[in-house]
Unconditional design. Structure first.
Length: 290
């Protein structure tokens, strides 16, 4: 029924809504409102803490993934070349020959052809350069050590290696040699020094020989350690290379020298060079033992 507008006409006046006559004193109490706000704030804090905990778990997981693990992690040089790593005893070594054309701080090396250029300038070589990815580059002593003088400070021998890695000393080569010789699964025959096969690559050409404990004999049995030594040869002042027969790796000592893997020999040997102008491969070893 429509309202006539006459409030004296009670029959046609709509009912007024019921209004509570009493409101709970508890709900109007200021302390109750403060407690409700406090509970809400605490709940927000708990939610934020849960979110922070979840974020920390994600961060911790990323840290675990980023943590260097020898044998599974790779390293990178200034040229963005990546190198696999391999654990030999307590040492961590690069699994491939170095192929950078810069020092870790970005300083560039000079390129040379196969023949002697200068014993006092840092040069890298390749024969041919297209083999660099597989065999790595060859560096003269000055380039490898970043010094024109023989290195005597063994705490400062990063040389051409990436940051956190360095040119190994003769003692570090010997340490690896001793460890591999102590493991029967790496020794060929009865001579504990017959370990060349266990360290030599099983994907490269190593020349020809009849010695069954040499890298060139049945190359599928090479590389039990995973070190993957490559026969990149070396360069002398007269241009001699010996590619795919021998592998020479610089080691840091008071006199320039290298560690030799010979395709015809079952053992590895060490030799001194008369000057800085020889060019050899580089393998870096991690600064800290595992």
């Amino acid at each position: 029924m429509a309202f006539s507008g006459d409030y004296d006409d009670l029959a046609n006046t709509p009912e007024m809504p019921t209004v509570p006559t009493m409101v709970s004193a508890f709900e109007n109490d200021a302390q109750y409102i403060t407690k409700r706000q406090f509970d809400s704030l605490m709940n927000s804090i708990r939610v934020a803490q849960q979110q922070a905990d979840s974020l920390q778990e994600i961060i911790d997981g990323m840290k675990d993934q980023m943590q260097f693990k020898c044998g599974t992690s790779t390293i990178e040089d200034y040229d963005f070349n990546k190198y696999h790593t391999v654990a030999i005893g307590s040492q961590c070594w690069m699994k491939e020959n170095l192929r950078t054309t810069h020092y870790a701080d970005g300083t560039a090396l000079m390129y040379s052809s196969l023949y002697f250029t200068s014993p006092t300038l840092p040069y890298y070589y390749s024969d041919p350069i297209s083999l660099g990815n597989a065999y790595g580059l060859l560096y003269n002593y000055v380039a490898a050590m970043r010094s024109t003088e023989p290195i005597t400070d063994f705490n400062n021998r990063q040389g051409i290696c990436p940051t956190g890695w360095h040119i190994p000393t003769i003692d570090e080569w010997s340490q690896m040699n001793d460890y591999v010789s102590s493991q029967s699964q790496y020794v060929c025959g009865d001579n504990i020094y017959n370990i060349a096969k266990a360290l030599a690559s099983n994907t490269a050409v190593w020349g020809k020989t009849g010695d069954e404990c040499s890298p060139a004999y049945n190359i599928d049995e090479n590389n039990a350690t995973g070190f993957s030594a490559m026969p990149a040869g070396y360069i002398t002042p007269d241009g001699y290379n010996n590619l795919e027969m021998n592998g020479y790796y610089w080691w840091c000592e008071s006199t320039p020298g290298s560690c030799e893997f010979n395709g015809t020999q079952p053992t590895i040997s060490y030799m001194l060079h008369p000057s800085n102008d020889y060019a050899c491969s580089v393998r870096c070893v991690k600064d800290d033992d595992m």
